[in-house]
Design a binder for this molecule. Sequence first.
Ligand code: CP
Ligand code: NVA
Length: 308
Amino acid sequence: MANFLDIKNIESSDLKKIIQTALELKKSRSGLTKGAFDSDRALDGHIVALIFEKPSTRTRVSFDVGVRQMGGQTIVLSGNDMQLGHGETIADTARVLSRYVDLIMLRTYEEATLHEMAQFAQVPVINGLTNFSHPCQIMADIMTYEEHRGSIKGKKIVWSGDGNNVFNSFAQAAEKFDFNLTFTGPETLKPDSKVIERAQQNGTKISIEHNPILAIKDADLVVTDTWISMHDLQSARERRHNQLRPYQVNRELLSHAKSNALFMHCLPAHRDEEATSEVMDGKHSVIFDEAENRLHIQKAIMRWCLEK
Ligand code: CP
Ligand code: NVA
């Protein structure tokens, strides 16, 4: 049994194997109706708890559908409706859930909560997003890139906007998949320096360039995300918008990337804020493939956790 908590602690060979499995699972479903089981029903007899302390559309639905396609069943729980939201400790919750379910997926606030859940659970725990990271998303993004363009190794990925949780997982992936990563955004919203330093110490080609036009030059993939994440204070909205506006991904900015560059956004998007609708719906965009691939990659992640 293995946990899927962050990209940095998983072997690169395992991460690549998960992507390969996801591609095979996706292929094997082509032609199947949406409701159909996978032929091997790998989660037959398994029950998966999906716990959300924050809102979700993609993570909630893709995990739920993925478990069902593999023949398993889910219990979708909101943190507030559980005793967890009313004072029961994470450790006790983890120990109790482990007596009932075969796997736990948790979307929460603090990274420490996730790690505590994993420490005390006797079943695998998967990170469904924290304030610090979103590894399932980045696995789907890499799968999507490679489906469209082949190996991501050596490619130039540019993140434009807020140095947030999704960026952090990208930075960890840069080391494991050997791609070059450039962050462009305001100095005040640049990524956690520990994330950058760790990546650089491990030889990852990761850089910060505050000028978005210089940063995006020759990019193979341009990525952005909401300017205000779920854990950010709404009171910071105006300040963040003012600082991030120059980093909006629009036609002009994207014209400085390679002509065959892809555009990604994990969604949900605030159209015409971090990216224009023209870009989101344009020829570079693969945002809905990215969303679909959450399903396939998470199925591969769950299999890996249970088989490892
Ligand atoms: N990208 C993503 O994780 O979306 P949800 O918040 O809808 O799950
Ligand atoms: N950075 C965003 C990602 C949402 C999937 C957030 O944490 O709200």
